[in-house]
Ligand binder design. Structure first.
Ligand code: NAD
Length: 490
């Protein structure tokens, strides 16, 4: 293995139990499940397999800790986050190796995830001391309007496997800043990074019971009883739209406050007047970051017919040179997909598009050998009937279609249930603004292939979700606004 740490060193240092009330312990009945290395298909280790009973214990711990945690000084919560930020940055190499082992992405990408994920702690350490209320004189003059913000309370945080450190920190950071206690349920494919993160927060001084972690191979069995328990006040979910929809339905029972970061289907629009160098650079990031396994990955490339050939051949040249291999080997750029199902789904979507007339410029076939690899692939002339035009590819496949008319491409871009992010490349300011206004997405990348920034509100419109994470808006998801009507005349 490359990098500073051996596999045994990285795995040996991690607690593999459930974190409940400040103590790592075995799951009820001692059950465990295996965590797989997607680069080899082999098991890395076993972790505790939490059940409904364990989940209730975690909620009891979160509920017991809530009132004292809410009463801590904002500065204290801020400093815990700041210390955790410093620890994550200090331990970058070890954490990056762990992310790569269980998720597959290259070490370079895992290091970038540690930097990005840690930044949510720094940002929210700065927000913890800036939670404000308001005061106004009633229009009639007699009363006063006092507004205060208070923590929502015990929160269930459910996170996906594709960004195993930063998806938890994007929720835990604002929850700590706001004064909420938590139960984190990480994805079954990547529980180890979440467990390491929990240890780091303990080291940073987070009190017992504030963060509880329940790893499980049966997420429904753990989440369902919590959703129907009066002690739970909030659900923050990041994952697929299908699971999100089910959780929204379950959340109706207790009218839970919910935040939903769901699937995307990003259009990437290259206008005839675009800087093609910038568009190709942007495409490489928007498509290939995280091996294409990102909710904000460019899913549909709409390229003006005047520049489609040039853009396609330049993107093909870059994609075909990428180094594919085990992410843990230094120099590798494209690791494996998360599992056999995901690789088979990508292969099926490519076969479907090719069957409907798309042209393959590079890639397009599953390689032999162990691990769940799929090569960087460029397809052109992808028809609107291809399944990948509506479905998230979640893999390293760029699907290009030409366009000629601005209004027509805007309609195509918006013709999807998803509304997370879109990308537009043009040198014309008026056109850029027309696109930014017309695109039905929560985020727009103008002449750049990435939008993620802990200081900015991340989130989607339509079926891509509810609420925002990051920025000032992110902490509001963990705060209740309380209005106090004050009579000053008596
Ligand atoms: P997923 O929906 O299968 O799983 C996400 C999480 O939900 C996991 O922790 C999983 O264990 C849990 N889960 C699954 N079934 C559940 C149930 N019945 N009850 C409670 N929890 C359940 O998604 P995934 O395959 O892990 O992640 C990929 C998806 O996540 C993609 O659609 C991607 O676009 C989306 N995503 C969105 C964002 C965003 O910010 N909008 C970020 C990253 C990923």
């Amino acid at each position: 293995m490359s990098g500073t740490f051996s596999e045994a060193e990285v795995l040996g240092g991690i607690e593999k139990g459930l974190l409940i009330g400040g103590r790592f312990r075995a799951a009820a009945g001692g059950r465990t499940f295996a965590v797989e290395n997607p680069a080899t298909g082999e098991s890395l280790c076993e972790v505790a397999d939490g059940s409904a009973e364990d989940a209730r214990d975690a909620l009891a711990a979160a509920s017991a800790a809530q009132s004292s945690w809410a009463a801590t000084a904002p500065r204290e919560r801020s400093e815990i986050l700041r210390r955790a930020y410093d620890l994550l940055v200090e331990r970058t190499e070890e954490i990056a190796a762990l992310i790569t082992l269980e998720m597959g992405k290259s070490l370079a990408e895992s290091r970038a995830e540690v930097a990005y994920g840690a930044e949510f702690f720094r940002w929210y350490s700065e927000e913890a001391v800036r939670i404000q209320g308001d005061f106004a004189v009633e229009p009639g003059g007699s009363g006063r309007i006092v507004l205060m913000r208070q923590p929502v309370g015990p929160s269930l945080l459910i996170t996906p496997w594709n960004v195993p450190l930063a998806m938890p920190t994007r929720k835990i950071g604002p929850a700590i800043a706001a004064g909420c206690t938590m139960i984190l349920k990480p994805a079954e494919q990547t529980p180890l990074t979440a467990l390491l993160l929990a240890s780091v927060l303990g080291e940073a001084g987070l009190p017992d019971g504030v963060l509880n972690v329940v790893t499980t191979s049966d997420p429904g069995a753990v989440a369902e009883p919590l959703m129907h328990d009066d002690r739970l006040r909030k659900l923050s979910f990041t994952g697929s739209t299908d699971v999100g929809r089910k959780l929204i339905a379950s959340s109706a029972d207790k009218v839970l406050k919910t935040s939903m970061e769901l699937g995307g289907n990003a259009p990437f629009i290259v206008c005839a007047d675009a800087d093609i160098d910038a568009a190709v650079d942007g495409a490489m990031i928007a498509k290939m970051r995280n091996i294409g396994e990102a909710c904000i990955a460019a899913n549909r490339f709409y390229v003006h017919a005047d520049v489609a050939e040039e853009f396609t051949s330049r993107l093909t040249a870059r994609m075909s040179k990428m180094v594919v291999g085990r992410g843990i080997d230094e120099g590798v750029e494209v690791g494996p997909l998360i599992d056999a199902d995901q690789r088979d789904k990508v292969a099926t979507l490519v076969d479907d598009a090719v069957g409907r007339g798309a042209r393959v410029h590079t890639g397009g076939a599953v390689p032999s050998g162990p691990g769940y690899f799929y090569p960087p692939t460029v397809l052109s002339e992808v028809p609107s009937s291809a399944r990948m035009v509506e479905e998230e590819i979640f893999g390293p496949v760029a699907a290009i279609s030409p366009f000629t008319d601005e209004q027509e491409v805007l309609r195509s871009a918006n013709a999807t249930r998803a509304g997370l992010v879109s990308y537009v490349f043009t040198r014309d300011t008026g056109r850029a603004i027309r696109f930014a206004e017309g695109l039905e997405t929560g985020m727009v990348g103008l002449n750049r292939g990435f939008v993620s920034n802990p200081a900015a509100p991340f989130g989607g419109m339509k079926q891509s979700g509810l609420g925002r994470e990051g920025g000032r808006a992110g902490i509001e998801e963990y705060l209740e606004l309380k209005y106090v009507a004050v009579d000053v005349d008596r």
